[in-house]
Design a protein around this ligand. Structure first.
Ligand code: ADP
Ligand code: NA
Length: 344
């Protein structure tokens, strides 16, 4: 077995955006391309997670392809990494059920993402009739499936954006519960590999995060957008009327701070260094032009690769087929052991 196993998925709920790239995919690329003997990498789509919210089956098919094309065009090398769709490995669901029976409803109720997605205010009970009538149980149980994904491969490291810290904590709690109950040390406790890049916010509404599942496409910046479209969206990004030098102040200047954050993510420099570098900037227009140039540059090659990949879906299918075989080899062995331990 490898010394460490790095695992992460992206939901096929829409086009890959700048937040996904800076928060996850670029990190996947960098760690999987670094010289790391004894480390195995598993990346893919969380297609089972994407059906926890209303969706269109035809669109899902398309988004699954786009997510794989997005992963590969970010620079992830399919010959070095396992790349697949979660739903192709049925053991995810088997482990999901076993872990569901080890997780308390109370623990799920504490997950803030669930609250955000159902728009439940911080202090409301989850048992509000109207919300509970509309919301599916899959959304509540979402973090358990996430834990199952990670633990199925006995993953040691999970590179994700900073919206994922809490679910990862739950995953470690579940692993601990399992280890204490059935076999000490069975699951390694997976470490969260947080990207230095902070959460990227929606361009025209910088109070919420940029998200694929947002149907309003003017809020997000997609990896495959033309330079003209990137320029237009950045031009329309919300800023403020404060004149003079730009500075980082997420509370009072969310829009400007989001742009600074994007630059910091793209250049991989700290916020402080980024602000220092931006001292030459006189106004919002210069700032926006600068952000546009950096994004256009960063995505120019991946956009090309993405379009090529989407023109050959059979090639994507082959890559996923190979990935599924590699993933299942690990998953089926682990599920056998898990069933034996749990008395099934
Ligand atoms: P989305 O919310 O866009 O559907 P996913 O849930 O599929 O994204 O998350 C895929 C990866 O992208 C995760 O590691 C997540 O942390 C990261 N991510 C998603 N949105 C952002 C964002 N706005 N800023 C930074 N990272 C993000
Ligand atoms: Na998400």
């Amino acid at each position: 077995p490898p010394n460490s196993r790095v695992f992460s998925l992206v939901q096929p709920t829409g086009k890959i955006h700048l937040g996904n790239y800076l928060g996850a995919l670029r990190n996947w690329k960098e760690i999987s391309n670094s010289d790391s003997p004894g480390t195995e990498f598993i990346f893919g789509t969380a297609d089972l997670h994407s059906i926890t919210i209303p969706y269109d089956p035809k669109e899902l098919k398309q988004f699954r392809y786009e997510a794989i094309a997005g992963i590969l065009s970010s620079g992830i090398d399919a010959s070095k990494c396992t790349v697949y769709h979660q739903s192709s490995v049925p053991e995810h669901c088997e482990l999901n059920w076993i872990l569901t029976c080890l997780t308390s409803i109370g623990a799920l109720n504490r997950m803030t993402q669930w609250k955000l997605k159902t728009k439940i205010e911080q202090n409301d009970s989850i048992f509000d009739d109207e919300i509970m009538g509309k919301t599916k149980a899959g959304l509540l149980c979402y973090p358990i499936l996430q834990a199952a994904d990670i633990l199925l491969y006995k993953s040691t490291h999970v590179p994700v954006g900073d919206d994922q810290s809490q679910p990862l904590e739950l995953c470690r709690d579940i692993a601990n519960t399992f280890n204490n109950r059935f076999q000490s040390g069975f699951f390694p406790l997976p470490q969260t590999l947080l990207t230095p890049a902070k959460k990227i916010l929606a361009l025209r509404n910088p109070v919420k995060k940029m998200s694929k599942s947002d149907k309003d496409q003017s809020l997000s910046l997609y990896m495959t957008e033309s330079p003209e479209s990137i320029a237009k969206k950045i031009r329309k990004a919300q800023t403020d009327s404060i004149q003079g030098k730009i500075y980082f102040d997420p509370e009072n200047r969310p829009g400007v701070s989001n742009l600074i954050n994007i630059i910091s993510g793209l250049t991989q420099k700290s916020i402080d260094d980024t602000v220092t570098d931006l001292e030459w900037i006189q106004d919002h227009k210069q700032l926006k032009d600068h952000v546009t140039d950096l994004i256009v540059e960063e995505f120019s090659e991946s956009r090309h690769t993405f379009n090529q990949l989407m023109g050959d879906l059979a090639h994507i299918d082959r890559i996923c087929q190979q990935g599924t075989e590699k993933a299942r080899a690990i998953a089926s062995q682990n599920i056998r052991d898990i069933k034996k331990l749990t008395g099934l």
